[in-house]
Design a protein around this ligand. Structure first.
Ligand code: 5GP
Length: 178
């Protein structure tokens, strides 16, 4: 099963997917590639941090399940190795989610939304990004949200983190073929 976790920036997707794979050993979190610079607050393995040349070479080799350009950088999910007997979790933005849904209509798409724009802005600013980057991400989020809502199998409001995680684990468990 492929579980796609998408949602606008600042909604808490990263924290959520870390908790999901921690709580459910049948879930395996795909590590994306990006050409974005690492934030000082980020660990080295938050992404495979790479350069444009290597990224484009991998595109040409067909090495991504999906990839996109987001606010001036490439992001992509490497094609998962076939030996994995776990369910693959992809934490991606909506263009990538659309690509996955086209390839795998049976993929489960969970779209996470913030309780309010104010809370989303507060979370985005809390990451330490410069002000112009925060504004660009908020603008992008406004475009992404209606598309993601229309595409989603389930919309989850991330108000209380623990409740959000419980709800998502229940949705995933219910979606597994018995
Ligand atoms: P950030 O720069 O905040 O880490 O990520 C920007 C956006 O790109 C977020 O919405 C994040 O979910 C998304 N993203 C991260 N990895 C991938 C990926 O492999 N593919 C796609 N399509 N989006 C990704």
């Amino acid at each position: 099963m492929i579980v796609v976790v998408s949602g606008p920036g600042g909604v808490g997707k990263g924290t959520i997917v870390d908790a999901l794979v921690h709580r459910d050993p049948r879930l395996w979190l795909s590590r994306s590639w990006t050409t974005r610079e690492r934030r000082p607050s980020e660990s080295d393995d938050a992404y495979v941090f790479t350069d444009t040349e290597r990224f484009e070479r991998r595109i040409a080799e067909g090495g991504f399940l999906e990839w996109t350009e987001f606010l001036g950088n490439y992001y992509g999910s490497p094609t998962p190795s076939p030996h994995t007997d776990q369910d693959v979790v992809l934490e991606i933005e909506v263009d990538g989610a659309q690509q996955v849904k086209r390839l795998y209509p049976e993929a489960l798409l969970l779209f996470v939304v913030p309780p309010s724009r104010e809370e989303q802005e507060r979370r985005l600013r809390g990451r330490g990004d410069p002000g112009d980057k925060v504004l660009a991400r908020l603008k992008k989020a406004e475009i992404e949200e209606p598309i993601g809502r229309a595409l989603a199998d389930h919309i989850v409001v991330n108000d209380d983190l623990d409740a959000t995680i419980d709800e998502m684990l229940e949705i995933i468990a219910a979606a597994r073929p018995s």
